[in-house]
Design a protein around this ligand. Structure first.
Ligand code: KIV
Length: 263
């Protein structure tokens, strides 16, 4: 078992060794991933891939706490990141109340919230109150209804500059790391070079200090859509479908349970 990953270790990895992050929503998969990654993100993406909702917006603090508690039970090595649900950090008092819940009711090491410079005051307030905060800039999935869909960010020069300004403002406010989602590689590169905290990309190309993927996409279990940036490391859904078909036919034909599986 490797030693528990600390914030200090993550910050020392910037520019030296890539940080590996994956999502997990339960104890079972956490125990499978734990030794191979630095960070496990209990992402609000669970509202889609776990709960079957069409976006992330309706997940609650109670639900995130339940899943994070399960993850923390088996995250002996990796750093655990708690994703703040939509609508739980709209002002600094509310943000602190909910972030305190994340710290007091789970063993999460840090929280993540979406937003750029407009969230800097909230990040500063949380940081001053002993909460470690990861920012999330570029494409922000919690904006999906307000923006009418998901789209790549930073294609125009002024949008690219605004993302770099977001990153700098968040670092200045005390953010300890940044997730950069859905931007061209040159945008992620400029952000990574403009801050001294680690950047972790998703759909943001190679020039970040680390990479994150949603586990059910990565292992081929989520069939509803597959963004271009997802590499599938396993044909998960077909493997499960074959296995359930075999189990079902063996029960029907009485091939299972044979003597080997009977007391
Ligand atoms: O909720 C999530 O899984 C995320 C990733 C897309 C970074 O925020």
């Amino acid at each position: 078992m490797n030693k528990k990953v600390t914030l200090k270790k993550l910050q020392n990895m910037k520019g030296k060794e890539k940080i590996v992050m994956i999502t997990a929503y339960d104890a079972l998969f956490t125990s499978l991933f734990d030794n191979e990654v630095e960070i496990i993100l209990v992402g609000d993406s669970l509202n889609m891939s776990f709960a079957g909702k069409e976006d992330t917006l309706s997940v609650t603090m109670d639900q995130m706490i339940y899943h994070t508690q399960a993850v923390c039970r088996k995250a002996n090595h990796s750093f655990v990141l708690f994703d703040m649900p939509f609508g739980t950090y709209t002002d600094k008092k509310m943000a602190l109340k909910n972030a305190n819940r994340a710290y007091q009711e789970t063993r999460a090491d840090a929280i993540k919230l979406e937003g750029g410079k407009e969230k800097a005051k909230i990040v500063k307030y949380l940081t001053k109150n002993s909460i470690a905060v990861f920012g999330h800039i570029g494409l922000k999935p919690q904006q999906v209804r307000a923006e009418g869909g998901y789209s790549i960010k930073g294609k125009e020069e002024d949008e690219k500059n605004a993302i770099i300004e977001d990153a700098i403002a968040l670092e200045k406010a005390g953010a300890v790391a940044l997730i950069i989602e859905g931007v061209k590689p040159n945008v992620a590169k400029s952000v990574t070079n403009s801050v001294s905290i680690p950047t972790i990309g998703i759909g943001a190309g190679l020039y970040c200090d680390g990479q994150v993927l949603v586990w059910s996409d990565t292992f081929g279990f989520f069939e509803e859509f597959m963004p271009k940036f997802v590499k599938q490391y396993l044909d998960g859904s077909n493997k499960i479908k074959e296995a359930i078909k075999t189990y079902s036919s063996e029960v029907k034909s009485e091939a299972f349970p044979d003597d080997k599986y009977t007391y």
